[in-house]
Design a protein. Structure first.
Length: 267
């Protein structure tokens, strides 16, 4: 089995560099923000963080491919780094501390590309989570001072805490009634948004979460953290991993229930 210790260490170095760049501009009064063609915001900090990470990868892993939200895809090969420099840009530009840099390594195997390393770094929350295939999932200040992550053992929807980002996407997918049914049937709902619900699932603080529309860079790092914490991460179609353009994550025990409300076969 491959050993991803070196890649994980590199991921932390990349996250450290990104944290420094993003925190320097967080709440800056002169932060420059543009609107992308899809009408979502992008700040100078998004671009600067991704450029930093790409530069370091070019030096440390010149043969690996890279896909980033702001600057697209470059390189080819069986190993590809997936970068979201700031997941939660709308929060970032408004001064809300819930945003993170997401860094993942995906590797090609028999079943296609799968995420094998993931780092989720949220410096304004003073939190970081990470995982590598076969090594488990952790949270802490550094590789040496870390706590192992473990999903919850909640086995009934009636006892479950459900996290989501917003209502609008579910309505657009024609899944609003399933979403509302789930909200009524479960114990608690909270809209934490972006990367955070997945990390809360991995920590065992939340039991299920789902989002109707996502990109690969939103999911790759989160998927490996949830999986290594003992949970399940699929698309709404039930396909494992971050490949479906949307996500359902759970402690594993509740996954079929979650998909029965929100999955592509659900009504």
């Amino acid at each position: 089995m491959p050993d991803y210790h070196d890649d994980l260490r590199l991921g932390h170095v990349l996250a450290d560099a990104a944290d420094a760049a993003t925190m320097e501009r967080f709440k800056a009064l002169d932060l420059k923000v543009e609107t992308k063609p899809d009408m979502t915001p992008v700040s100078e900090a998004d671009k600067a963080a991704e450029e930093l990470i790409r530069g370091q990868l070019q030096r440390a892993r010149p043969r690996d491919a890279v896909l980033g939200e702001e600057f697209g895809s470059e390189g080819a090969g069986p190993r590809r780094w997936i970068i979201d420099p700031i997941d939660g840009t709308k929060n970032y530009v408004r001064g809300v501390p819930v945003w993170a840099t997401l860094i993942a390594l995906m590797e090609r195997g028999e079943g296609g590309d799968r995420p094998v390393v993931g780092i989720v770094s949220a410096p304004a929350l003073n939190r970081r989570w990470w995982a590598a295939e076969g090594l488990g999932a952790f949270t802490g200040r550094s590789l040496t001072s870390a706590t192992r992550l473990q999903v919850s053992r909640v086995g009934r929807i009636q006892d479950a805490s459900f996290a989501y980002s917003s209502l609008t996407g579910w309505e657009e997918r024609g899944k609003l009634s399933g979403f509302l049914d789930l909200s009524r049937d479960c114990w608690r709902t909270r809209a934490y948004g972006d990367f955070w619900p997945y990390m809360l699932v991995a920590e065992g603080a939340v039991d299920i979460c789902a989002e109707p529309e996502l990109s690969l860079w939103d999911m790759a790092a989160c998927a490996v953290v949830v999986k290594e914490a003992g949970g399940q991460f699929t698309g709404l179609d039930g396909r494992p991993g971050p490949h479906s353009g949307n996500a359902a994550a759970s402690n594993g025990l509740l996954h079929e229930d979650l998909l029965s409300y929100l999955g592509d076969a659900a009504h």
